[in-house]
Design a protein around this ligand. Sequence first.
Ligand code: ZN
Ligand code: ZN
Length: 421
Amino acid sequence: MSKLFPQQPEDPQRLALVGGAAILPDRVVQDAYVEWAAGRLTRIGAIPKRISKDVQVIDATGSYISPGWVDIHVHGGGGADFMDGDVKAIETACKTHLRHGTTTLFPTTTTGSHESIIRMIKSVDATIRSGDATIRSGDATIRSGDASLPTIQGVHLYGPYFTPEKSGCHRKEGCRAPVRSEFEAYFKAGPIGIATCAAELDGCSDFYRYAKKRGCLVTCGHSNSSWNEMANAHRCGMSHVDHFWCAMSSVASVRTRLGTPMQGSMLEFVLAHETMSTEVIADGYHLSPELLQFAWQMKKPSMLCLVSDTSRALDMPAGKYAFGHPQEDVWIESNGKVGLSPTGGLASSIVALDHCVRHMASVTKIPLFDIVRMASLTPAQRTGIDGQCGSLEVGKRADVLVLDKKLRVQKVYYCPGQRAS
Ligand SMILES: [Zn+2]
Ligand SMILES: [Zn+2]
């Protein structure tokens, strides 16, 4: 386990991984050279003829060199749910994902009570600020203290603005329509990077515009909305749909809600619009291989993200776990492979993004650089942080993974960054 644990490249000395296969957004470079100094990537390409003496060389022969994963939809891990609402739980979940190669993530809310969502956002804020306190002077992107956490880029305000008929494993009673005074309080409590709302709810247009104005990736999820409702949402700034095919509308479900003539649903709207992105839970239990391949074919790697949607059951034994806050949310069962709700439906994954990358590589014919891109650069681009992370590119944070030939994480080098507020 110790070699899996992250190392921080904060030493001003230059480090370089030499000889591995570097996974870039559009190709894999064999016999590569990936160098960084003071937490920033400084050189990527073929091995230079002469390597300066002040570079500490790490042999990566036989390995892949990959950018760290960016997870935009994640509830917890290592026994902790972000909704537990304290710094310790946030650190536990973050550290667990970091060991799996996730170097940037967005803690994700449920349909909990107003108070527990506020508590969650405040504790994420406090966690980020505790890192702020140890920023090394002169370099605002590197912590010199306890730098054991990935970069928290802001909260994914996911619940509570879901429609009850598509609540999935979330507590139905917690689903509600957005009201300005409530969501304004969320945005005041801490940094929100992603904001979800079902497109058929009263007040959704106001929510979308508000979140868009504040720089969020604005998304629609847990929704039974029609094409027309999606079109309205899109005009208000919504441009992403959460976990494609899961807890979302289809022509049939919209017909049940709105009758005939049959209307387009979220599915058709996303496939018809190049400006709409989406995400898949590629854990092997939510979606079949042909659906994963189809999503990539339709949306291209630039508009499809891999997400873990992990519950707290990641790296925990099979058993019963609270989804969300133990006193407020619901219980799910992990069978050691996937989460199940009491009614037998799927309830989040229990794996991290490394598993999703391996699964995509083993069951689809998608090129490896596209798969990695969907777990790193694409989510970074969709959330507007690709100037900082998401790919092996000079100037970006040195969030670098060493993977073995079977794509298992061997080493995590990372540089915790601060959220651009
Ligand atoms: Zn969901
Ligand atoms: Zn989720």
